[in-house]
Design a protein around this ligand. Structure first.
Ligand code: NIG
Ligand code: FE
Length: 399
């Protein structure tokens, strides 16, 4: 297939957006064979399957690199409680929050979990997403963690989308282990991790390092096992307070540290050495009405790649719009529209350890988004408006 008459934001680092004004893309099977200005199109390229893009903009398909999209129930009551004055921590400590979703997820059938996840997956697909990371972590017992991961994997059978799974057994301490969190780690979390790895259900291992969740020592135990199993790690770190999670994750060569509102300038320096991506989650910042912002200036100064994601979950970020996350990344955290778009393409791919997507270049997978806009800055600029024309997934035009 030959895509003609389009602007292309390749998302290569230079020039801005990797922009090609009047470009062409040649796709062979599910791979990009050639991309460049129309004037350089090789003469021997067949014009047979040429598609006129009528001046539209093409970007890499979008990547949501941090979601909890598979879960039972929802938490609108908690939303009401917060607006009546309770804090996220108070609700969590009173057995609400993540634990209330655990109860609903344990009770749900795989069919129910899949059906409810697909409604949110469809919202992301409608905005040009082709890769979604999905975490476990609302099971907190071996069977339910495996159930969530099976459901996550099965999404690929029902939609034109790629799924990357992260094991998040260290998300919260379940009520039955409230008095002995160390036992939860050794008796449930690590055995669940081993079982899931054995079944090939996970691509990475995540954790929640926070005073209301797990200590750096407990996370280190989980990460050590992950390394034995040759699985990459990532971490929810420095979301509500400074716990040292960012530096711990960097020590383990983490793919990403996520949230990082309380990360310091020194943390940024450490991340740049380990090559770890900082994943910014403006949906949680917004929903929890946080005021502390991630140290974007320090990330920039130390060339730490920044990604953006929805953090789609029923509590802290009931957000299933990657375009709104894009806009929020600019407005709340001060990213430029170009940094924000790199955050849901090139840097999001890196946060997932993927090197076949996130930019438009020869040899990459042909996962593209075609937009009814004329310049890539429009994608972050609009609020509550979806200009997607079509997606190309694995070389096939689809919705
Ligand atoms: O990324 N921080 C921990 N985990 C989720 C919250 C999940 C929930 O509230 O259910 C997050 O914000
Ligand atoms: Fe999260």
């Amino acid at each position: 297939m030959l895509l003609l008459n389009c602007a292309i934001a390749t998302m290569m680092p230079t020039p801005a957006y990797g922009l090609i004004e009047d470009g062409c893309i040649v796709i062979n099977g599910d791979i990009i064979q050639w991309v460049g200005p129309k004037s350089d199109l090789p003469k021997d390229i067949s014009q047979q399957d040429a598609q006129d893009m009528q001046g539209r903009l093409i970007t890499p398909a979008l990547i949501d690199c941090h979601t909890h999209i598979v879960h039972g129930g929802y938490r609108a009551t908690e939303f009401e409680m917060r607006l009546n004055g309770a804090s996220y921590e108070q609700i969590a400590r009173a057995g609400g929050g993540i634990i209330s979703t655990v109860t609903d997820t344990r009770a749900a059938t795989e069919t129910d979990l899949l059906q409810s996840a697909l409604t949110r997956v469809d919202a992301l697909i409608a905005e040009g997403v082709t890769i979604i990371e999905v975490k476990s972590g609302y099971g907190l017992d071996i069977d339910t963690e495996l159930k969530m991961l099976r459901v996550a994997r099965s999404i690929e059978q029902h939609r034109n989308v790629r799924i990357k799974t992260s094991f998040l057994g260290a998300h919260a301490v379940p009520p039955e282990y409230a008095s002995c969190p160390n036992d939860y780690v050794t008796q449930v979390c690590i055995p669940a991790l081993e079982a899931a790895a054995q079944l090939g259900l996970i691509d990475a291992v995540d954790g929640f390092c926070e005073s209301i969740a797990f200590t750096p020592d407990q996370i280190a135990q989980v990460f050590t096992r992950a390394k034995d199993l040759h699985l990459p790690v990532k971490l929810h770190a420095e979301q509500l307070s400074q716990t040292g999670g960012t530096q711990l994750a960097a020590k383990f060569g983490a793919l990403s540290v996520d949230h990082v509102e309380y990360a310091s300038a020194n943390d940024a320096k450490v991340l740049s050495k380990s090559g770890t991506v900082a994943v910014l989650l403006p949906g949680a910042f917004y929903t929890l009405q946080e005021t502390r912002k991630p140290p974007v200036y320090a990330f920039r100064k130390h060339s730490v790649p920044m990604a953006l994601a929805t953090d789609c979950n029923p509590g802290s970020s009931p957000l299933s719009s990657i375009l709104l996350a894009l806009n929020m990344g600019c407005i709340f955290f001060g990213l430029t529209p170009e940094e924000a778009l790199a955050g849901i393409t090139r840097h999001a791919a890196r946060a997932l350890g993927l090197n076949d997507c996130g930019i438009i270049d020869a040899g990459m997978r042909a996962d593209l988004a075609i937009w009814d806009v004329s310049h890539p800055s429009e994608l972050a600029y609009r609020i509550g408006f979806n200009p997607l024309h079509k997606r190309i997934f694995g070389g096939q035009l689809c919705h």
